[in-house]
Design a binder for this molecule. Structure first.
Ligand code: 13P
Length: 248
């Protein structure tokens, strides 16, 4: 039985004090939670403070990105050991916004995944097709390439979480239907089974893209949807807790 995950990607939002207030509200709203995992990914500047705020709670800390070197002359970058030091358990890797605005390639994503694992961080690896790719009918080949390349050289998949985030659904209010999402989740699951055998049964595959407390119920009912990576709706305690409350 896979344990669900609801992860909030706060993106480039919230000062330190706003982040801490949001973290406390989520912490209070999730006391006693046992059957799943709640994760928050604040901006880098707030990681440590949020990490302190959620100590002893059911909420885990994630970073939104990292570099693939331990240290050195890489101005502006943050290393994986800096993230574990700040209290992170997870790190989001290969978000479509990083691929689009910061030219992150599949090869970059792979280097980051390998380094995160070597440092003891659990990568939340994001994949997903654009609008144009879906219209051309190449969704599966795009996702196939992204997953295979991201995981090249990864022998053990037990620390990996995959997030399927169709780019056309991110921040648009245009959520994938549960059937559209399940189609791709099922495809990813079968791909992982092909590469990793029965180990793939335990991998959590999250859906992301315009998730709200009103549409999560249908999505989470699907067999291969194991939770959500939430953007906009993770910034308001009521909306985020509303999603968590819909988990089985
Ligand atoms: P929205 O929930 O705002 O569509 O963002 C999804 C996302 O990109 C999460 O990583």
């Amino acid at each position: 039985m896979r344990k669900w995950i609801v992860a909030g990607n706060w993106k480039m939002h919230n000062t330190i004090s706003e982040s801490v207030a949001l973290a406390y509200a989520i912490k209070e709203g999730t006391t006693g939670l046992k059957n799943g995992e709640v994760v928050v990914a604040p901006p880098f500047t707030a990681l440590h403070s949020v990490g302190e705020a959620i100590k002893g709670s059911a909420v885990a800390l994630a970073a939104q990105n990292m570099y693939y070197e331990d240290k050195g002359a890489f101005t502006g970058e943050v290393s994986p050991s800096m993230l574990t030091d700040a209290g992170c358990k997870y790190v989001i890797i290969g978000h479509s916004e990083r691929r689009k605005y910061f030219n992150e390639s599949d090869e970059n994503v792979n280097l980051k995944v390998m380094k995160a694992l070597a440092t003891g961080l659990k990568p939340i690896v994001c994949v997903g097709e654009t609008d144009g790719e879906r219209n051309k009918g190449v969704t599966q080949s795009v996702v196939n390439r992204q997953v295979r390349k991201a995981l090249a050289g990864v022998n053990k998949i037990d620390h990996i979480v995959i997030a399927y985030e169709p780019v056309w659904a991110i921040g648009t209010g245009k959520v994938a239907t549960s059937a559209q999402a399940e189609d791709v989740h099922d495809f990813i699951r079968r791909l992982l089974v092909e590469i990793y055998g029965c180990m793939a049964d335990d991998v959590r595959i999250l859906y992301g893209g315009s998730v709200t407390k009103d549409n999560i119920g249908e999505l989470i009912a699907m067999e291969d949807i194991d939770g959500a990576l939430v953007g906009g709706a993770s910034l308001k305690p009521d909306d985020f807790l509303g999603i968590i409350n819909k988990m089985p």
